[in-house]
Design a protein around this ligand. Structure first.
Ligand code: SF4
Length: 364
């Protein structure tokens, strides 16, 4: 497997992106009212093609973490080819594939193809679960989603028996509508065989219905501390890729920091978005992160040369604005790199690492 250790120099020297998020499509087969990408839902016209992505990825360096997003990413039938372009050109240590799990007939064969074509990467497949049974369907305004998500989960779990690079997990969006059901959801996820991670993402961005963001922060804190308690008490599992225990320790630090950031209403750590992290949407616009709408440029207009966009004067202006405004957010993905690549955070990560049980309980 590819190792994350090759990125240690980036703790001290931050220039090239090592965390890259690609919004492959804005199309979706669900109608979640808390979706932060709902305004961009389109028909799939003008999406970057495999040939274009091949050229873009060839202009980039190696990646630690390649994250796909959307939309429902598995609606793209060429998803395995898109992943393969990055796999060959950028050797990602971790590839993350989030899904609403609503279309097992598309998700399972496409995941299997990705697993077989990316043997040296840890392929993390995360299914969304925001409630149990009808509660989940109601919250996502998508009848039948829960049953389909569970069908997808079980089929992926079986795939994991044949492909050791698959890491299976659940993600729950924490919002006003489910904040009182967190214990029930966590209990349920703990019973799922083969589940290697359960993450809780605080609702973010500008959802179609802003009321979903009216959360009780103390309930968020209680839920993430419950996740921590379960991990330290060996009641829930960890990923099984190399350095997974370190990643879990970083998660624990991250959840506490997100709570404090929102509670204090200010940035508590330098943000490396736009320096070691970048986001590209389905039409080739590049941004420092998913939250800010300040474009660094467009790869189509730059002859598919990603570095030309990322090191442009326009991108420098965006980075300067991030430093100047000291914007803050709760987006989990950026906390990952902001913690792991900040030498001042290593003490906290090591402390959490030492409090975790001694072994990684892989899929059972
Ligand atoms: S703090 Fe949040 S909004 Fe600001 S640049 Fe970082 S990731 Fe983006």
């Amino acid at each position: 497997m590819y190792t994350a250790l090759r990125y240690i120099p980036s703790i001290f020297y931050k220039r090239d992106p090592l965390q890259f998020t690609f919004f492959v499509t804005s199309r979706c087969n669900a109608r979640c009212p808390f979706c932060f990408y709902w305004k961009d839902r389109k028909t799939g016209q003008d999406e970057l093609t495999v040939d274009e992505v091949e050229k873009i990825s060839a202009s980039m360096g190696n990646l630690l973490w390649l994250l796909f997003s959307g939309g429902e990413i598995f609606l793209r039938k060429d998803l395995p080819d898109l992943v393969d372009a990055f796999y060959r050109n950028n050797h990602p240590v971790i590839i993350t594939l989030p899904t609403n799990g609503f279309a097992p007939d598309l998700i399972v064969p496409r995941t299997e193809e990705i697993l077989s074509r990316s043997p040296e990467s840890a392929v993390v497949c995360k299914i969304s679960l925001d409630g149990i049974g009808a509660g989940h369907d109601r919250l996502r305004d998508t009848p039948g989603n829960f049953d389909k998500a569970m069908e997808t989960y079980e089929q992926l779990r079986q795939l994991g028996e044949r492909y050791k690079n698959l890491q299976l997990g659940i993600n729950t969006v924490f919002c006003r509508e489910n904040q009182d059901n967190m214990d029930e959801i966590i209990d349920f996820v703990n019973t799922l065989p083969g589940c290697e991670t359960h993450t809780i993402s605080m609702v973010r961005g500008n959802p179609a219905d802003d009321a979903y963001k009216e959360i009780d922060l103390e309930k968020y804190h209680k839920a993430v501390m419950r996740l921590e308690e379960d991990l330290k008490g060996d009641n829930s599992k960890m990923y099984h890729f190399t350095l997974a225990r370190m990643k879990t320790a970083q998660d624990l630090v991250q959840r506490r920091l997100i709570y404090e950031t929102v509670r204090q209403g200010r940035r508590l750590l330098p943000c490396y978005a736009g320096r070691i992290g970048a986001v590209m949407n389905e039409v080739g616009d590049v941004f420092p992160c998913e939250i800010l709408s300040d474009s660094m440029g467009n790869v189509r207009e730059s002859g598919y040369d990603f570095r030309k966009v990322f090191f442009s004067e326009q991108a420098d202006r965006v980075r300067a604005k991030i430093n100047r405004t000291k914007c803050y957010c709760s987006h989990e993905c950026y906390f990952v790199t902001n913690i792991l690549f900040n030498p001042l955070m290593s003490g906290q990560v090591i402390r959490q690492y030492l409090e975790l049980p001694g072994r990684s309980r892989a899929a059972t």
